[in-house]
Design a protein around this ligand. Structure first.
Ligand SMILES: NC(=O)c1ccc[n+]([C@@H]2O[C@H](COP(=O)([O-])OP(=O)(O)OC[C@H]3O[C@@H](n4cnc5c(N)ncnc54)[C@H](OP(=O)(O)O)[C@@H]3O)[C@@H](O)[C@H]2O)c1
Length: 174
């Protein structure tokens, strides 16, 4: 998930230019080669998307290739791609009954609504949050009100030359 410095993951008009960075250069940062990016993406076995993120991904030009993708929705859809299936129902059944027996690395893409539900249900074992060097002022917040406090464990920090910082956390022990 990529968030702005002030905690937004999408602009009101859904434009994504803020995700490309504005050319700020952090000299001590690293950059990811095309080969590294490919290896990273190839390690993902399955994507899970909320239906609004799905619609936006189709508009943007489908970045998930032929990797199996599950779209969570309560609506009926006609699939635009063979690799996509739609799921409606209990999210624990989705993860434990359907996905984890088949896939090891399950990547919850978002959006905010689906991520919050997965977090509430304790279905997330790792958070990868990349902070973009921009204040958006308004938009869609990743995190909403939550009744519980949870300590997550910082596992890794990577700062990139373009000013983005990737934070990886693992879930608190159950
Ligand atoms: N910055 C980033 O890294 C990032 C990543 C991902 C997404 N985004 C952005 O986030 C925005 C979309 O986020 P969002 O929070 O508005 O929507 P979302 O989470 O993508 O999708 C919400 C929809 O998912 C379905 N859904 C969610 N929870 C469900 C449940 N428990 N059971 C059944 N269906 C459920 C519902 O679909 P139905 O209405 O069809 O029933 C709901 O309307 C887009 O702009 C997208 O581009 C940004």
């Amino acid at each position: 998930m990529v968030s702005s410095l002030d905690g937004f993951i999408a602009k009101k008009d859904n434009s994504v230019s803020w995700l490309e960075g504005a050319g700020s250069v952090y000299e001590a940062g690293v950059s990811m080669s095309g080969e590294e990016a490919t290896t990273f993406v190839q390690a993902i076995d399955c994507y899970v998307l909320g239906s609004r993120t799905y619609e936006h991904a189709l508009e943007l030009g489908w970045p998930y290739g032929d990797t199996p993708t599950v779209v969570v929705t309560g609506r009926e859809w006609r699939s635009a791609r063979k690799s996509v299936e739609f799921y409606s129902g209990d999210l624990k059944n989705l993860v434990y009954g359907k996905l984890s027996p088949r896939y090891r690395n399950i990547w919850l893409v978002g959006g905010a609504m689906l991520c919050r539900r997965f977090l509430e249900l304790g279905l997330v074992d790792e958070i990868r949050l990349t902070i973009a060097p921009v204040l958006l002022g308004e938009g869609l917040r990743l995190f909403g009100d939550s009744p519980t406090e949870e300590q997550w464990n910082l596992k890794d920090v990577v700062a990139y030359k373009n000013g983005f910082v990737e934070l990886t956390y693992s879930a608190p022990a159950a």
